[in-house]
Ligand binder design. Structure first.
Ligand code: HEM
Ligand code: HEM
Length: 188
């Protein structure tokens, strides 16, 4: 499969970035649910609440790097043409929704980072290395960023659900092979 997108296909790089981001998003929601419900002295699968926090923050920062790579790649390699099966309304909505999805991919990690830095909690990268805190403690900013992070977390679920339902509606109900445009090793 070619690395770059063509007029009719998504290339390997776009597909790899798309599904890596998807899998890491699943981890982010799972780890967030666990870390906010586990007591300090409890463990789950031998990991403490602190471990889940470290990995949520660290993978969140990896996601920020992937979002940046994805955005640069999208700007430098033209997207394929719209799938012929998409109606004009679905094209307009998909474009609108993709802008929101990119917004979430950037703003979720940024708000999370600003929240923990301004709150003085910091980031211990993968449990090993304390990142420097360039902004210091700022109570007001921490509260605003925490609320932003939580609201965006819920908003992203709505955008992802819409995006997924359009893809699955076409693939399963209209049987036009829509998912094959993005699934690995498949041709539309
Ligand atoms: C974290 C979750 C997800 C995000 C953030 C996301 C984001 C995006 C974005 C931004 C695009 C446009 C191409 C690009 O810029 O890479 C895209 C395309 C696509 N996504 Fe997702 N996606 C997610 C999950 C899913 C899921 C779960 C499915 C299906 C089960 C799916 C199916 C597709 C398909 C088929 C395309 C190609 C659409 C076309 O033909 O233009 N995505 N996705
Ligand atoms: C795309 C990346 C990210 C996603 C999808 C994500 C998602 C979430 C979600 C869904 C929650 C639970 C909100 C709730 O309480 O209901 C959460 C909480 C949290 N996130 Fe993230 N997050 C991301 C990145 C980050 C980053 C980069 C950091 C820090 C460096 C971070 C720090 C936190 C913290 C500390 C909490 C707990 C907030 C609380 O006490 O309620 N997150 N995140």
């Amino acid at each position: 499969m070619p690395l770059k997108n063509s007029a009719t296909h998504y290339g390997a790089v776009t597909r790899f970035l798309h599904w890596s981001v998807f899998m890491l998003f699943i981890w982010q929601y799972l780890s967030a649910a666990i870390m906010t419900h586990l007591a300090k002295d409890q463990t789950l699968l031998h990991l403490t609440q602190g471990d889940y926090y470290h990995w949520h923050k660290s993978i969140g920062l990896v996601l920020l790097a992937l979002a940046l790579a994805r955005w640069i790649w999208r700007k430098t390699t033209p997207l394929p043409d719209w799938a012929p099966a998409l109606s004009p309304a679905e094209r307009t909505f998909s474009h609108w929704n993709e802008v929101r999805l990119y917004g979430c991919m950037f703003l979720l990690p940024i708000s999370g980072y600003l929240f923990v830095m301004a709150g003085g909690f910091g980031v211990k990268l993968f449990g090993f290395y304390d990142l420097p805190n360039p902004i210091g403690k700022q109570g007001g900013l921490a509260t605003i960023m925490m609320v932003t992070h939580i609201v965006l977390g819920y908003a992203a679920v709505v955008f992802i659900a819409w995006h997924t339902s359009i893809a699955l509606k076409h693939h399963w109900f209209e049987q036009d092979g829509f998912l094959n445009r993005m699934l690995p090793f498949r041709r539309p």
